[in-house]
Design a protein around this ligand. Structure first.
Ligand code: ZN
Length: 230
């Protein structure tokens, strides 16, 4: 990775026995700091705000399946949907007596372009056709058709959040989703949770290993059923 016009790809020990870049002389420690800073600047995450939901994606967010239905190894690009819902609208599921009726449900999805032909057809049948062109329309159709892999959006928290965990409600598989007094608070949370997603996706395998429903299906199995060949 280039910084200050140097690729820093060759190192040697100088006369003071420090490891430095052979070309520009920058000490290894500082090269590492510059690389980390460049990584932070390389913010390719895209957020699409749908109002009561928010979609986030980044080219770096992938998971790797070895052999999706005879397909060989395959990288599947992923995104995240944060859905802020008034529990009054889904009252059968939640029982609100906390004064915090807004729940944020966080879910991992494949990018809609990764879905299998068969799956796209099923979405299309149910949602009035599969939108061939628009990425946003595809996200709306996919996420309206089926839920994604639920995850705990507070599993990784910025240091500024301290130890304070926002209490919430448990989904059937045991993942807790945080609750808020107002829609605005819920939306603010979605924004700050999106900022922790880079770190989250570094350990995506760990999250996909967990069972996501009462049948014990894992996140891997669930996503595979969406993107499998055909
Ligand atoms: Zn250099």
């Amino acid at each position: 990775m280039n910084t200050n016009g140097c690729a820093h790809d060759r190192f040697h020990e100088n006369s003071r026995q420090e490891t430095v870049c052979l070309d520009c002389g920058l000490p290894l420690e500082e090269v590492l700091q510059e690389w980390l800073a460049a990584l932070r600047r390389r913010d390719k995450m895209e957020i699409i705000d749908f109002g009561c939901s928010m979609w986030a994606e980044d080219p770096a967010w992938t998971c790797t399946f070895d052999g999706v239905e005879g397909d060989g190894e395959r990288n599947v690009r992923l995104g995240v949907l944060f859905l802020a819902q008034d529990t009054a609208d889904i009252g059968a599921f939640f029982d609100d007596d906390t004064g915090r009726p807004w729940v944020v449900i966080s879910q991992i999805y494949p990018l809609p372009e990764e879905l299998s032909t068969r799956y796209k057809a099923a979405v299309g049948d149910c949602m009035g056709g599969w939108p061939e062109e628009d990425h946003r329309d595809k996200i709306v159709a996919m996420t309206g058709y089926a839920s994604g892999v639920p995850f705990d959006p507070q599993a990784i928290r910025p240091a500024s959040a301290g130890d304070k965990r926002i209490p919430g409600v448990k989904m059937p598989a045991g993942v807790e989703m945080p609750c808020f007094a107002t829609a605005e608070e819920a939306r603010t949370f979605c924004r700050s949770a999106a900022e922790t997603l880079q770190a989250f996706f570094w350990m995506i395998g760990f999250f996909l290993d967990k069972p996501i429903n009462l049948m014990g299906e894992t996140g891997w199995q669930y996503i595979r059923s969406m993107v499998g060949r055909q």
